[in-house]
Design a protein around this ligand. Structure first.
Ligand SMILES: C[S@@+](CC[C@H](N)C(=O)[O-])C[C@H]1O[C@@H](n2cnc3c(N)ncnc32)[C@H](O)[C@@H]1O
Length: 255
């Protein structure tokens, strides 16, 4: 992708801090089409909006110093989880001891749930990876202010080698979260979630994948893929726990 095209696409504020890799992958879906450059840019922005746009609510970036609950309620993914967090974290982290490293891939604002690790009795060292720079900054400011043992990294999950390097440096036991991220990854690159999991699974003591279970018309297409995805997990991994809480299904597995 030419530098000028990247610049035009990311002129829009909502895409202004996305890693180049994600923009490139989105653009490559339309690059070979027999259409004008303007149209390709329009289509790329449309796809990026589907993958990332919904998660950068203006409300989140508005007034500063809001409570962690306020932030969790403003994000589409964390909102429905709030009352279940202690149960979710106890359910997925049990059996690994008290001190655990969590690596949250495609974290969104889930770092604001850090207090729930404490409530569930865990002393967590948290590393989140997120493509939307604004959410990285928002969460890092919160960690700093609250002196939380956490950090957010601004990186694309498509940058597998970098992700692996980061994970290797993190203390064990390591638990990797992929909460409601598989659908986003598949939208940009089919089968990528399978590749990502295959590459990082030997570095983790546990991986947790979650899916929204509420049926939305737009999500219908992913249900078919999910069956295939679940088959992939069953064939290649040992499933430790599989449960549903608050319109979300959590599958905990290991290599
Ligand atoms: C549905 S949200 C889920 C957020 C969070 N995991 C949760 O469940 O609360 C998906 C998140 O993944 C991020 N994401 C999607 N594709 C990504 C990529 N290639 N690299 C890094 N982050 C990505 C999006 O920006 C968004 O914040």
């Amino acid at each position: 992708m030419k530098a000028e095209i990247y610049e035009v696409i990311t002129k829009k504020k909502e895409f202004s801090q996305l890693p180049r890799k994600d923009v490139e992958i989105a653009y490559s879906s339309f690059e070979k089409r027999q259409t004008s450059e303007e149209e390709k840019i329009r289509l790329t922005r449309g796809l990026l909006h589907k993958v990332f746009g919904a998660f950068l609510s203006r409300k989140l970036l508005g007034p500063k110093n809001k409570s962690f609950e306020w932030i969790l309620r403003k994000h589409i993914s964390t909102r429905e989880r709030i009352e279940f967090y202690p149960e979710i974290y106890s359910g997925i982290l049990k059996g690994l001891g008290k001190r655990i490293s969590v690596i949250d891939l495609g974290a969104g604002v889930n770092g604001f749930s850090y207090n729930f690790f404490r409530k569930a009795g865990f002393d967590v060292s948290y590393s989140g990876v997120e493509a939307i720079g604004q959410l990285v900054e928002l969460t890092n400011n919160y960690f700093e202010k609250e002196k939380i043992n956490g950090r957010m990294l601004h990186l694309s999950l498509f940058d597998i080698e970098e992700i692996k390097k980061i994970i290797k440096k993190i203390e064990k036991p390591r638990v990797i979260f992929l909460f409601k991220v598989v659908d986003s990854l598949e939208m940009l690159s089919r089968d990528f979630s399978k590749k990502l999991i295959s590459e990082i699974s030997s570095l983790a003591d546990r991986i947790v994948v979650s899916f929204a279970t509420e049926s939305m018309i737009k999500r219908k297409k992913f249900y078919a893929k999910r069956t295939w995805f679940l088959e992939f997990l069953k064939e290649n991994y040992s499933i430790l726990y599989d449960f549903e809480l608050g319109k979300e299904r959590y599958i905990v597995f290991k290599k």
